[in-house]
Design a protein around this ligand. Sequence first.
Ligand code: SF4
Length: 325
Amino acid sequence: MLRDPIAVIFPIHGTMLRFFNMYVYYKRDAGRYFSKEEFLNYVEKKTIRTIQKYDMLRYDDTIAVAVSGGKDSVSLLYVLDKIEKKFPTELVIVHVDEGISGYSELSYPIVARHAKKLGYRLYHTSFKDLFGFTIDDVAKYYFEQKVDLEPCSFCGEWRRWALNKLALEAGATVLVTAHTLDDFAQTIMMNILRNALSRLSRLVLSREKTIEGFVPRVHPFVELYEKETALYAHLLELEHNDAPCPYAELSMRWDLRLFLYQQEEKHPGTLYNILRFHQSLLRELPQQKITLKRCQLCGYPTTTDICRAHYLERILRSLKLVSRF
Ligand code: SF4
C-alpha cells in the first residue's frame, strides 16, 4: 500500500481526516492512513501473512474457530470465512458459556446467528455443565475470600479445556482463537511478573505438534492490534457482544492492559517490541523436554496427575463440601 502523500506532507491526525470521510484509520506505528477498503484489505492480508509465517493452517484442515461473540472472535470468523473459501478446509464454530450474568447470556444467540448466516456447524457447552460451577459462583467465593484466585484464572483454564473438548468432538485438526497482539503482549508480561519462565517458553506462535487428546491451537490475529480487529467488526457492522465482563478489572491482565496502552500511546510499536523480544528469547532458550501424562480424571494431556482445569474444580468442590457443615 502506498503511503498517502498528503499525510506525509501534513501530519494531520487520523480523526480529522476521518471527518472528511477519507480515512478510517491511522496506524501510528507505521505512520499510515487507511481508507475503509484499504483497511479491510490490510486486516485480511495481514491475517493470511501471519498464517503463512507461522505455518498455522494446512490446506485440508477441519478448523474449529473459537467464537465468544466478542468483536475479535466475530472478526476472525468473517476473515477466515473469506480466506478459507479458497481452500478445501472445513470451518466449525465452538463456543463456551462462562455463566457470567449480564454478559454470557448475550453471547450465545449472537454466535448462533452468525453460524446460521454463514452455514457452519456450532458446538457449544457451558462451565456449569462441564464443571458444575459458573464464573459467577467462582466470583462469589472470591469476594467471600474463600479462594484467592480471581475469576479470570478459572475462566481461562476452563475455557482452554472446554474449547479443546469441543474441537475434539467436532473432529477438528486445529483450533483457532482470536488472541490479538495486545493479548499476547499482556500474557508475556504476566509471565515475566510471575517469574513463569517455563510457561513463557511454551508460548509458541507456530502450530504445535499434534499430541493425542490435544487439538493444536493457533492465533492468526497475533500481529494485529485489538483496536484493528475491533474496527474490522465495526466497519462491516458485524453483530457482537459489547457488554464488558464485570470481573475483568480484578485481574492482573487488566492492570497490564492499561499500562501497555499508555506505553503504546507514548511509544508506538511497544506491543510489537514485546512480541519480538519474546521471539528472540525463545531462540536463545534451550529446548525443554516436557513429559506429558494423562489427567486421571479426564485424560487431558498434563504435566501433573490431574489437569489444572480439574484441580481448580476440586478446590471449589471442597469449598462446597465445607460450607455444608
Ligand atoms: Fe472470563 Fe476474565 Fe474474560 Fe471475564 S474477563 S470472560 S472472567 S477471562
